[in-house]
Design a binder for this molecule. Structure first.
Ligand code: 4NP
Length: 183
């Protein structure tokens, strides 16, 4: 680092970091078809868990869609209602599509269903394939491999999807703690 004004500021900043993990947080991306139902519920549920554990500086979350239709929109009202019923707010989230750079930037990219997984594997190519997994791989006893798409159904579908998401979030956090060496 050359001895410039910005270089000095950068070094001063570094001294305040307790470990390099804080400088390079672990990054997780949740992905579904539209990024308005399942993946924002997963992102907001997991980020609430991470915050409750005091790990928000160490684990960063985001979500994205494989499809383009809802880019820029907030989460579906039914998803927001079910989340609010369980004490979580996700009104700040906006849909975006998966980008090529995501495969480099994120440590783990989690698909809600097999179609998402296939689409992501196709985009990832061999280099990034191992980063892409099914979200429910991390649930202890999900009884299914996929978070079912609730978009065309009723409120029950959102509640069921969220039950699965909550289970998988616990397992995911345990996995990341081990992988990233977080206490
Ligand atoms: P999501 O649900 O993938 O969980 O966000 C869907 C949202 C929108 C559509 C399909 C699924 N759609 O066809 O517009």
């Amino acid at each position: 680092m050359p001895c410039t004004r910005s270089g000095l500021a950068f070094c001063r900043e570094l001294r305040h970091l307790r470990s390099m993990d804080e400088f390079w947080p672990y990054r997780v991306l949740f992905v579904c078809l539209g990024n308005i139902c399942r993946s924002p519920m997963a992102e907001a549920t997991f980020r609430a868990l991470v915050a409750a554990e005091g790990l928000s500086q160490r684990i960063r979350t985001d979500s994205a869609a494989t499809g383009p239709w809802h880019v820029g929109k907030p989460p579906d009202g039914r998803a927001q209602s079910e989340m609010r019923r369980r004490g979580r707010d996700m009104s700040d989230l906006r849909a975006r599509q998966v980008r090529r750079q995501d495969f480099d930037r994120f440590d783990l990219i989690l698909a809600m269903d097999m179609d998402n997984l296939d689409d992501l594997w196709r985009m990832a190519g061999a280099e990034y394939r191992d980063k892409v997994r099914l979200f429910l791989d991390f649930a202890e006893q999900p009884g299914t491999k996929e978070v079912p798409d609730p978009y065309y159904g009723g409120a029950d579908g959102f509640a069921h999807a969220l039950d699965l998401i909550e289970q998988a979030s616990e397992g995911l956090l345990a996995h990341i703690r081990k992988e990233a060496g977080l206490a």
